[in-house]
Write a protein that binds this ligand. Structure first.
Ligand SMILES: [Zn+2]
Ligand SMILES: [Zn+2]
Length: 128
């Protein structure tokens, strides 16, 4: 049991206050309105002389149109959802290979201006 459709009084079967049938129908009318006719209730739009180019006859109908658009957005957005919820492949962090002990020694030897062999000999004799 959901909300009652504010347009036709049917149970919408959801938390929406407008049923899918009315959404379809109103969406069509909102996007292809007859000039001077409220796309929501079909009444003639009278603007009481006010400068107002709303295609809706009243704030109520305007609010309904917002709900319709929200629902349409929701439906269209949901269509794309299956792709969106696929977890993105996060590139695996490359584990940086630790420098081997040999490389470290070779580097130190170079820093000291020694050949690797001599440096290692010094390391071994405790002079490095
Ligand atoms: Zn309805
Ligand atoms: Zn209206």
């Amino acid at each position: 049991m959901g909300e009652i459709c504010i347009i036709c009084g049917k149970d919408t079967g959801a938390k929406w206050k407008i049923c899918d049938d009315c959404i379809d129908r109103l969406n069509e009318k909102i996007h292809h309105p007859e000039p001077g006719i409220c796309p929501i209730c079909g009444k003639k739009v009278v603007h009481n002389g006010k400068k107002n180019n709303s295609k809706y006859c009243s704030p109520d109908c305007y609010n309904i149109s917002i709900k319709v658009n929200q629902k349409i957005w929701h439906i269209e957005h949901r269509k794309h959802l299956p792709q969106d919820i696929v977890p993105r492949q996060t590139p695996k962090k490359r584990t940086v290979k630790r420098k081997s002990r040999l490389d470290e020694n070779a580097l130190k030897a170079r820093e000291m201006g020694l050949s690797y062999g001599i440096y290692m000999a010094r390391v071994r004799s405790g002079n490095a």
